[in-house]
Design a protein around this ligand. Structure first.
Ligand code: 6PG
Length: 227
């Protein structure tokens, strides 16, 4: 397990969302003061929605925010299960981040084409200022799944046979996700207990391949981890 992870255990999923929201805003202010932009990678799945709904009401210098996605499902751009659709309806359509600064993964083009296109976008973006990630019940993160092989030097991967539907996806690589100033994991719910235990016991899971230079902040509720 990464030696310097910071585990923040909170009572409820709402408290997890609020704590992460506060760190994101603080990180944005720091990054904008430091170099004039805030490059944020959004997590997929359902856990981050609470954070995105809080961000929708924040007072921030949105003109300096640049948005990327950690992964995307290969579905039509308007499909209800797209990570971009959830982030847009919960957050992005409610704030004044310029459309030209929101980099959606064109996953509707299929894994290979979309990964090649996103590889260029990630290459131009690195290093990120903050990456948000979730974790699945099997210890996956973004669309990096146990047992899947990828070219390590890639910045974006084409993903096939995902155990979590849909089978085809695009994921930013562990190498690129780790190239960030700050990184937050958002983990809630009793169904994540086993994966948390395995991660903490040092199992070689996809979550454990995300190793930024600085400590990782893991915001987790008591349902998912009750030491
Ligand atoms: C996806 C996500 C995936 C997600 C985890 C947790 O596209 O499904 O990127 O990595 O973060 O599976 O999902 P929940 O937050 O819904 O539990």
């Amino acid at each position: 397990m990464q030696p310097n992870n910071r585990w923040h255990t909170l009572e409820t999923a709402d408290q997890v969302a609020l704590a992460a929201y506060e760190q994101i805003l603080k990180s944005a202010e720091q990054a904008i003061a430091d170099h004039g932009t805030f490059k944020l990678v959004l997590a997929g799945g359902s856990t981050p929605e609470k954070v995105y709904r809080l961000l929708a009401h924040a007072d921030a210098d949105w003109s300096k925010w640049y948005i990327y996605y950690g992964d995307e499902r290969c579905l039509p751009a308007d499909h209800a299960d797209r990570n971009s659709l959830m982030a847009t309806s919960a957050f992005l359509e409610k704030v004044a981040i310029p459309d030209s600064q929101i980099f959606t993964i064109p996953a509707e083009l299929g894994p290979e084409t979309a990964a090649k296109k996103y590889q260029q976008i990630v290459a131009s973006a690195l290093p990120f200022d903050m990456v948000l990630l979730g974790m699945g019940e099997d210890g996956h993160t973004a669309s990096l799944f146990p047992g899947h092989q990828h070219q390590e030097e890639e910045l974006a991967h084409a993903v096939y046979n995902s155990p979590k539907p849909p089978p085809e996806r695009v994921s930013i690589s562990a190498k690129a996700l780790s190239n960030t100033q700050q990184l937050i994991f958002l983990i809630t719910g009793a169904n994540k207990q086993e994966a948390v235990k395995n991660w903490r016991s040092g199992q070689d899971l996809p979550v454990a391949t995300i190793i930024p230079e600085n400590p990782i902040d893991i915001y987790i509720d008591r349902d998912a981890y009750n030491p």
